[in-house]
Design a protein around this ligand. Structure first.
Ligand code: ZN
Length: 392
């Protein structure tokens, strides 16, 4: 029995969704994310796709056909905390639906087609985005990955088997379909677009250290309060990003000891920064670091900035992008990172299809795509796979 796109979407929708907010919590290797994976494996079994996995939590379901290097599509099933339904799962569900479309058309590929699900794309549990695809493509080694720890101190090495991966050994092209995480396609009136490039981006941890003291007895002028340094740093990051046309966000902060009646001893905050090119990103991070340090001198605190991750600009394969765009699909850059960027950097020619998101909002329950646009995305992906996998 064939399961339609709509039915798959309905089946997957409740997994990891908060009953109160509607936000998704599919952190890697938690019960909700594992349930989503189990759903994926069931759908693969239903389609007689051969499932292959590696020791990092990555999976590819193969439509074995013909011979020669494979065409890979897919995306991820994990989410940020309080994420939306579409970021990741849309690419996976669309890939399965595209296989159905091709089979309905009677298409027989001349080479294998894989539907991949990469682990920990969002970096919402372990502090490195695209962890699964970095490991599978050899962009990151196991020795460094196994030591990455989540907020509870659990090491990545404790939740996966590890080792090496040869999942991508036969892949020579990757196409990822993804919900758009902005309003470019809305403004252009297009249901589906093609990615040209991913902005360089990184995550920077700011450790601000002062002196814990009593909120009542410590005179204002005697304080060494890292919260002030933090507050000014957030404002400085916002201003610097605005004036330079780039992006800077503080979305996570830990305060220690975190008592209402005490001046904190340390504030640790994470800045996500993205820019249209690498010198602009360097300048942005440099400016924010300088302003934080200047402020720290006035506050009597200390600031240390550590780049937890930095991803250079990725330009997708231009010929492939033109082929996907055809005559009428817009080609647009994105400021969001993706597994597709990792694979392109690893030397696998890669392209992305974006599906219009009417809210333009992502990493939030507001993220959305209309069913008609999703189905247009499935058709576009099926056409691309048919084109790349030759066959009849
Ligand atoms: Zn994504």
């Amino acid at each position: 029995m064939q399961v339609t796109f709509e039915q798959m979407w309905t089946d997957l929708a409740p997994v990891g969704r908060s009953a109160t907010t509607g936000g998704y919590h599919r952190q890697p290797f938690t019960a909700a994310e594992r349930e989503a994976h189990a759903w994926f494996l069931e759908e693969c079994a239903r389609r007689d796709l051969r499932v292959e996995s590696d020791g990092f939590g990555n999976v590819i379901a193969w439509w074995d056909a013909g011979s020669g290097p494979a065409v890979l599509t897919g995306s991820h099933l994990d989410s940020v905390r309080e994420g939306g339904a579409y970021d990741g799962p849309l690419g996976v569900v669309s890939a399965l639906a595209a296989v159905d479309v091709l089979r309905d058309r009677g298409f027989v590929p001349s080479r294998p087609i894989g539907v991949g699900v990469f682990a920990e794309e969002e970096g919402s549990r372990f502090p490195l985005a695209c962890l699964g695809s970095r490991l599978a493509s050899g962009r990151l080694d196991w020795a460094s990955a196994r030591e990455l720890r989540d907020r509870e101190g659990v090491a990545f090495g404790d939740v996966v088997e590890g080792g090496t991966s040869d999942l991508l050994r036969d892949v020579d092209v990757y196409v990822e379909l993804h919900v758009e995480q902005g309003r470019d396609l809305v403004d252009r009136g297009a249901a589906v677009g093609v990615a040209s490039a991913i902005w360089p981006h990184g995550r920077y941890r700011f450790d601000m250290t002062g002196a814990a003291d009593h909120a009542g007895t410590t005179r204002m002028e005697d304080r060494r309060d890292p919260m002030l340094t933090y507050a000014m740093t957030v404002l400085a990051a916002n201003k610097q990003a605005r004036v330079s046309g780039q992006r800077a966000t503080f979305g996570r902060v830990d305060v220690d000891p975190g008592s209402t009646n005490g001046i904190p001893s340390t504030v640790t905050a994470w800045m996500d920064a993205r820019a249209s090119d690498e010198p602009a990103l360097e300048a942005l991070v440099g400016d924010v670091t300088r302003l934080a340090t200047e402020r720290a001198q006035r506050d009597g605190t200390m600031v240390a900035v550590i780049a937890e991750s930095a991803t250079p600009e990725v330009r997708f394969d231009a010929a492939l992008a033109r082929r996907l765009a055809g005559a009428d699909r817009p080609v647009i850059p994105t400021a969001a990172g993706h597994d597709a960027g990792i694979l392109q950097t690893a030397g696998i020619p890669t392209a992305m299809l974006f599906v219009r998101n009417p809210t333009g909002v992502s990493h939030s329950p507001e993220e959305h795509a209309e069913t008609a646009d999703c189905l247009a995305g499935v058709e576009a992906l099926a056409d691309v796979l048919a084109d790349l996998a030759g066959g009849s």
